[in-house]
Design a protein around this ligand. Structure first.
Ligand code: CDT
Length: 346
């Protein structure tokens, strides 16, 4: 049974600190229109798509900080952003959009939503769990900060997989299926959403694929040269960028393979304010771990691939058939311990 969809990552180039959100949204709408010309049915936008990646700045002005967040319960009604959701609906394209969310209690979250064009509303929301960087800025004024722990609260929605309607024809539904028939791999596509740093944590992918996820989607903002924060040792800028790109692809390809799912990653990239360099490398990856399409620039760019979700079955039913091969009686430490506890010294 073929379950084909044409999908895209909408990579977004530089967004400066003084950018007008309305102009940025117009750029996103142009990417959506390009997607419509290519009969794309799902577009994934980056993490914090609507503004510059503000957690790199120590911002004391509440007025400035407020501008980077969407306020209130329903992002589809945010005045500056509504035109994007309206366009998605009229083009019949589902979108995943990352943005900074300020909830009614005043808490900040690094959030993304899945907007279903056929439903005309948000059908799933995810808040980033793994917040990288520091709470306090570095003493060295030359160092680039990553103050996500200052501006955001770790996500409290877990990793809820969900089905998106209207993407594949003849999907099995509760109302049409006969009692006793197996529906595995036959219903509407099962999604999981992550945000940037989450992609480096295998636990997150596994929790989604324990719920049958066939497509894991995420946006990212990844510094091209941040050795004061990265695991990689300091190196010249061109080598540091190549290494950051290598790790970004590595985690996407390896986790797609180890979880037998497709994945779509979308970068906010380029040179913000002419000096903060973010990697590109938006990519669509198969369940066998192969890159099917990837960005060639560090600018606004649409990366498109036609995928067939039935290709997940090989991995899900053989090498990574969880029900037959996982040994949960041996995995206890995973949810009992956060940091490392080494064996006693000899
Ligand atoms: N935005 C984001 O999560 N970026 C991180 C950078 C980590 S810096 C230590 C990433 O994982 O790409």
């Amino acid at each position: 049974m073929s379950r084909q969809i044409t999908v895209a990552a909408a990579q977004v180039g530089a967004v400066h600190r003084d950018a007008d959100k309305k102009d940025t949204v117009q750029r996103l709408i142009r990417l959506l229109q390009k997607a419509a010309e290519k009969e794309v049915k799902l577009v994934v936008f980056p993490e914090c798509t609507l503004t510059t990646f503000f957690p790199r700045h120590f911002i004391e002005s509440q007025e400035e900080l407020d501008k980077y967040f969407e306020h209130g319960e329903d992002v589809t009604q945010s005045p500056d952003v509504k035109p994007l959701f309206d366009e998605a609906r009229s083009q019949g394209i589902d979108i995943v959009l990352g943005y900074a969310e300020r909830d009614p209690d005043g808490k900040g979250w690094n959030t993304c939503v899945y907007f279903s064009a056929s439903e005309g509303k948000v059908i799933s929301k995810y808040r980033k769990v793994h917040l990288p960087g520091t709470k306090e800025p570095f003493a060295d004024p030359a160092a680039t900060n990553q103050l996500e722990k200052r501006y955001f609260t770790p996500g409290n929605l877990g990793f809820p997989a969900f089905r998106a309607p209207g993407l594949v024809p003849d999907a099995a539904k509760q109302s049409t299926v006969k009692e006793g028939d197996s529906t595995t791999g036959k219903g509407d596509p099962i999604f999981g959403m992550l945000i940037c740093n989450d992609r480096r944590w295998p636990e997150a992918w596994r929790i989604y694929t324990l719920q049958g996820a066939e497509l894991i989607v995420f946006g990212f903002n990844t510094g091209a040269n941040m050795s004061h924060l990265w695991g990689s040792k300091p190196m010249p800028p061109d080598k540091a960028e190549a290494e950051a790109l290598f790790h970004s692809k590595l985690v996407q390809q390896a986790n797609s393979y180890m979880n037998a799912c497709f994945s779509i990653s979308s970068a906010r990239c380029g040179l913000d304010d002419g000096k903060y360099d973010l990697i590109g490398g938006s990519a669509i990856c198969s369940p066998e771990g192969h890159i099917l399409a990837e960005a060639k620039t560090k600018e606004d760019e649409l990366v498109v691939a036609k995928i067939d979700l039935s290709e997940c079955r090989q991995g899900k039913e053989k090498t990574f058939d969880y029900a037959r091969h996982r040994r949960i009686e041996t995995y206890g430490l995973i949810d009992k311990q956060t940091g490392v506890v080494e064996p006693d010294l000899l």
